[in-house]
Ligand binder design. Structure first.
Ligand code: ADP
Length: 419
């Protein structure tokens, strides 16, 4: 194609200048005739180039179909068609992608590196009453919930955040992409929160209501403990007493869990000596199990800011578990200063916990081995209580366990709560 275009270009020059030379020869001016032909063919080329240039900026039909300019024109037209097809395909995909995002029930907002809004979908627009003028505005100016603003400014987006805004509750998950850009997924969880609150109230109310009759039953059963009764009645009585005591434990743990769930994290904490609480827990539980050796390993006394009663509950639960499930060996409570804060750990040398249970062990009523655990008389709520209490200290429970070697339950009180 290119070869023939070149040939036709050269043939044109040869033809015009040859004709010029021929005409010149008849008047004995061959050279003049040739040069005139050459100039005419060059002028023709210049005109073609000018037409070609004009064509590139207009939508007219191509200036010429043969020669080098014709060849270049043809190549350009083909390339433009390919590009147009490609752009049409991209636009189609973009439209489909946009339609998908528009159809989402969840709000989607993309943010630029400075936290300003780049795009949003209809759901986000409905949720936060966004307006096209809001594009380019900082997100903190539009979602003015203090919890959200704090979350966004901290820039720690590994976890989702639930926050209240204009009498609704939202769950936001932020993901980063590209050059420090972000996409926010927002879900309206108002209804879910309402059901959750109802469930919490229901559990708390039922537990409170059960407490009084249980106290009465327990009281009478204890009173009748020494009564002269036949052996089979005595056995039944013992069973009743142990089960009603277990139920009391369960109800108390349910009440404790409800209290922790509904406690506000905004209430002021106080400074307390955590070493003292560990020491008191160990003294209190010293006789829990025969042969249970409790050791406290620590540096100097450390003050922590939080809620001492909740810390006591945490320590009692962890140490009781270590004594209950941690075999006959020593239970060690350690306080250790780390870069991130004060690490408190409870280690036992018992049978440990198989890895597949570790992720679920803090769920309510989750027990590793129901048959074995039912004899230990726990409620299955201890670690759920610990988990909630630790959330109030901005920390979480870490569990490391090696089957056959023992377990370590630990948490780090963040540096800003330690002095
Ligand atoms: P429970 O009231 O049954 O003790 P928890 O929530 O405190 O409930 O603990 C949940 C389960 O985790 C327990 O039933 C037990 O199977 C397991 N567990 C807790 N601590 C330990 C530990 N130190 N060693 C082995 N298993 C443990």
């Amino acid at each position: 194609m290119f070869q023939s275009a070149l040939q036709s270009e050269i043939s044109r020059i040869v033809l015009i200048s040859g004709t010029g030379a021929l005409i010149g020869w008849t008047g004995d001016m061959t050279l003049y005739g040739f040069l005139t032909g050459l100039i005419i063919s060059q002028l023709f080329s210049v005109k073609l180039a000018a037409d070609f240039f004009r064509w590139t900026t207009s939508r007219d039909s191509p200036p010429v179909e043969n020669g080098l300019i014709g060849y270049a024109t043809d190549r350009l037209i083909r390339r433009e068609r390919r590009l147009q097809a490609h752009i049409a395909e991209l636009l189609h995909q973009l439209r489909r992608y946009n339609d998908g995002i528009e159809a989402l029930q969840d709000g989607v907002i993309t943010l630029g590196s400075r936290g300003h809004i780049n795009t949003y979908n209809s759901a986000a627009q409905r949720m936060f009453r966004l307006h096209p003028d809001d594009i380019g505005q900082h997100i903190n100016n539009l979602i003015r919930a203090p919890l959200f603003v704090q979350f966004f400014n901290q820039g720690e987006f590994t976890k989702a955040l639930q926050f209240d805004y204009r009498s609704a509750t939202f769950l936001v998950q932020v993901s980063e992409f590209g050059a420090d850009q972000k996409v926010m997924l927002l879900r309206d969880v108002t209804e879910r929160k309402r059901v959750e609150v109802m469930r919490k109230h229901f559990v708390a109310d039922v537990s409170h209501e059960l407490r009084t009759p249980l106290t009465v039953i327990n009281g009478y059963l204890e009173m009748l403990q020494d009564a002269e009764v036949p052996a089979h009645v005595h056995r039944a009585h013992e069973q009743m007493l142990s089960q009603s005591q277990r139920m009391t434990l369960l109800v108390n743990d349910l009440i404790e869990l409800s209290r922790l769930e509904s406690a506000s994290t905004e209430r002021p904490g106080e400074w307390f000596n955590i070493r003292e609480i560990c020491q008191q827990t160990l003294s209190q539980l010293q006789n829990y199990r025969e042969g249970g050796v409790l050791t406290l390993v620590d540096g100097e006394p450390v003050e922590v800011e939080g809620y001492p009663d909740e810390m006591r509950t945490v320590m009692v639960n962890l140490v009781t578990n270590a004594l209950k499930y941690g075999g006959d060996g020593e239970v060690v409570v350690r306080l250790k200063k780390t870069m991130r804060g004060l690490k408190i750990s409870v280690t036992d040398h018992g049978p440990g916990i198989p890895a597949e249970h570790l992720g679920r062990i803090t769920e309510r009523f989750y027990r590793v081995d129901d048959s074995r655990d039912s004899t230990t008389g726990g409620s299955g709520l201890g670690l759920a209580i610990v988990k909630h209490a630790l959330e109030h200290l901005d920390t979480e429970l870490q569990i490391e366990s090696t089957p056959g070697a023992g377990s370590t339950f630990s948490f780090i009180v963040p540096q800003y709560r330690v002095r």
